[in-house]
Design a protein around this ligand. Structure first.
Ligand SMILES: Nc1nc2c(ncn2[C@@H]2O[C@H](COP(=O)(O)OP(=O)(O)OP(=O)(O)O)[C@@H](O)[C@H]2O)c(=O)[nH]1
Length: 659
């Protein structure tokens, strides 16, 4: 079932059409004023006429904020005020459609909704694009912004400006969008909107009297937000008389209808039956359906310049509706709009079926899920211990966890994920390797590909510029944590008397796994963190192998900075010792760099008491049994046949053991 359809069933979101309001689905809570402002439709799926909304009446905007500051709650209120959804408890966070979003209370995939609103006698079409707040999904934020002329910047009245508030502000500022600062949660006991206004003025140079104080939860002042949207955000600058120019800013996959592309029209109009061309792939399509999201799909006769909606045109894969692509009419080419930077995977991990007989099912689940999430990269891979699988690239660790959770929940697949690694690089010096790869520099996403030091002139590691916002009492501990993670301080600024913003250059691999957890725990949850790509730097990297009775365990190999190898090797050996069951012979668990052993744990033999029944009488029999047991042990050691149950590796590889 389409996401939109599923959302409608589960949360009762529906259209405020006159007919449905009187029908059996009718619930109290409709806002009568909103009904008359909406273009007439006698049935939900009947096509709407959007020609009554000229460019001047359109406002395209996004809500941006630090995680949990209340974007989705504010979006719900805006949807209620404009009558897009009914005011019931079932309609909490309507734009968070995925099960994982509802369970984790985070927005993963940006969603849009067209709202109809009458202000001072004029009907407006307000296109709201909800965006995710977590750092892993900032790629979604920047592409949502490209379809907007303004943003509502939501800041929690108690927490104040946080790391992602800063990052999101700059995304909007650099895109030259109008910014409406909104201070949310003023109903909280500890709310201090005045302090937050001062922070906004100091950091973003926005006069404090331009901030709106609201409670999205209770609906206080939310109408004022809509008023500001109309007054402060300019309408899009475009013309319906121009040739069609549509920006694809998102796409989803529906099993029945193929790709559904979210588009923003920067010129012209689009309707069913028109032939369109993708500027990126040069492929031609015939439009099957256009419409708006209310937030469910609502077909329209046409979409006009300035409007935001969806398009279905027989595209079979999400890659055909490339995010950032421009669509134009066949034989009426236009200058393509500037595209976006494509999503760059930051974290790679191997993925294997728990049982190899599940390989094909997992393959098709992966294919279907990646159709909906084009930011995941997939390459086939295989491992001696885990069999055939894939190496996947994710935007960050949360993205990896969310993807895994979606595989389990939406496709009923349980998988093994190997230890995450970041994309390292090696500048090759060996002529042989250069010839083999056809280039001088290679990216290493799998420790198995790590080239030997002798064939490399330099290893490089990815870095990020991290922003930390914290109450000042935690600064000391945070600075120690950052230094421990090999980070270099770049800036430090007091945003008010007791809040500090720190900027650090981090090696990416030092923050991907548990940095955020460590930061949260040492600041009692008060410090926030965000980061952006900062290129590569030279690093003393090595490949660390884990050996079990002298045999390397391929999937436990990691690429690591030399200074960190000893501690990491020791930890892995200890963990393995805990997870491998004792056997009839002794097991050596070692961490090694090349031939050099850097850590060792010994798992003592489980000494089966083979002579227990001999009552000390028959010495010959006793000796014979002991000899046989020793032979058994030697044989096992000799062939290195350590019986490690599969789930022992899984427990070591899975991140739960990191804690
Ligand atoms: N007291 C109070 N709580 C609020 C208010 N607005 C939102 N909340 C609560 O704050 C929490 C986070 O709200 P969300 O709307 O999910 O936040 P978000 O910014 O969309 O979060 P992400 O989607 O994860 O980025 C929820 O528990 C809301 O109920 C408010 O005005 N007052």
């Amino acid at each position: 079932m389409a996401l939109a359809g599923r959302a409608a069933l589960r949360w009762g979101a529906r259209l405020p059409s006159p007919c449905s309001a009187a029908g059996p689905l009718c619930r109290p809570g409709w806002l009568p004023a909103a009904r008359s402002e909406r273009p007439y439709s006698s049935r939900d799926k009947e096509k709407l006429d959007m020609s009554t909304y000229p460019v001047e009446s359109i406002r395209n905007f996004s809500i941006i904020a630090h995680v949990d500051h209340g974007k989705s709650t504010l979006a719900d209120r805006l949807l209620e005020i404009t009558g897009a959804i009914s005011k019931t408890d079932h309609n909490k966070q309507v734009l968070d459609k995925l099960q994982v979003e509802r369970e984790r209370g985070i927005t993963v995939k940006a969603q849009s909704a067209s709202l109809f609103y009458n202000h001072e006698g004029i009907n407006y079409l307000l296109n709201l694009i909800d965006t995710p707040g977590h750092v892993d999904f900032s790629y979604e934020v920047s592409r949502s912004l490209s379809a907007c002329q303004g943003v509502i910047l939501v800041v929690d009245a108690n927490e104040g400006i946080q790391a992602q508030t800063v990052a999101n502000f700059y995304l909007a500022f650099e895109a030259q969008l109008s910014i409406i600062p909104v201070i949310n949660k003023i109903d909280l006991k500890n709310a201090d909107p005045e302090r937050v206004e001062k922070q906004i003025e100091k950091l973003f140079d926005i006069p404090r009297d331009e901030c709106i104080r609201i409670s999205a939860k209770q609906g206080t002042n939310v109408e004022k937000v809509l008023q500001y949207v109309i007054e402060k955000i300019p309408p899009p600058q475009c013309n319906t008389a121009d040739p069609l120019k549509a920006l694809v800013f998102d796409s989803t996959f529906d099993h029945y209808r193929g790709v559904i592309a979210n588009i923003a029209l920067f010129g012209g109009e689009i309707a069913k039956g028109q032939k369109i061309v993708s500027a990126h792939t040069k492929k031609r399509y015939e439009v099957n359906e256009v419409g708006i999201l209310t937030p469910n799909e609502q077909p329209t006769h046409k979409l006009y310049a300035g409007q935001v909606g969806y398009l279905i045109a027989g595209m079979k894969e999400v890659t055909e509706a490339q995010i950032g692509d421009t669509l134009f009419l066949y034989k009426q080419p236009v200058e393509p709009l500037p595209g976006f930077k494509s999503a760059k995977p930051m974290v790679f991990a191997g993925m294997y079926p728990i049982d190899q007989t599940e390989y094909n099912n997992l393959k098709s689940a992966l294919e279907r899920l990646t159709l909906n999430d084009s930011s995941v990269t997939v390459h086939r891979d295989s491992s001696l211990a885990l069999g055939a699988g894939w190496r996947l690239g994710f935007l960050g660790l949360l993205h990896m966890e969310v993807f895994n959770q979606r595989l389990e929940q939406e496709y009923n697949m349980s998988v093994i994920l190997t230890a995450p690694t970041v994309p390292y690089k090696a500048v090759l010096s060996s002529a042989k390797l250069k010839k083999e790869y056809g280039k001088d520099e290679i990216t290493i996403i799998n420790p198995a590909q790590f080239p030997d030091k002798l064939s490399v002139s330099e290893y490089l590691e990815p870095t990020v510029l991290g922003t930390i916002v914290t109450p000042h009492e935690y600064i000391g501990k945070i600075i120690t944590l950052c230094q421990d993670r090999r980070a270099v301080q770049k800036d430090m600024l007091y945003i008010d008397e007791n809040r500090v913003m720190l900027k650090y250059l981090f090696p990416l691999n030092e923050i991907v796994v548990d940095f955020y957890d460590a930061l949260k725990s040492l600041s009692s949850g008060y410090a926030s963190f965000d980061y952006e790509d900062a290129g590569y730097q030279s690093a003393d990297l090595i490949k660390m192998d884990i050996l079990v009775n002298g045999n390397p365990v391929e999937e436990l190999a990691t690429i690591i900075h030399r200074d960190k190898a000893y501690a990491a090797g020791k930890l892995l050996c200890e963990r393995l010792k805990e997870t491998i069951p004792r056997q009839l012979f002794e097991i050596a668990i070692q961490a090694a760099i090349g031939k050099k052993i850097i850590a060792r744990e010994t798992l003592k033999a489980y000494r089966k008491n083979v002579v227990a029944k001999c009552y000390g009488g028959d010495i010959t029999r006793r000796m014979k049994l002991l000899k046989r047991q020793a032979e058994g042990k030697r044989l096992m050691r000799k062939i290195g046949n350590v019986e490690v149950p599969r789930d022992a590796f899984i427990r070591v590889l899975k991140r739960e053991t990191d804690k």
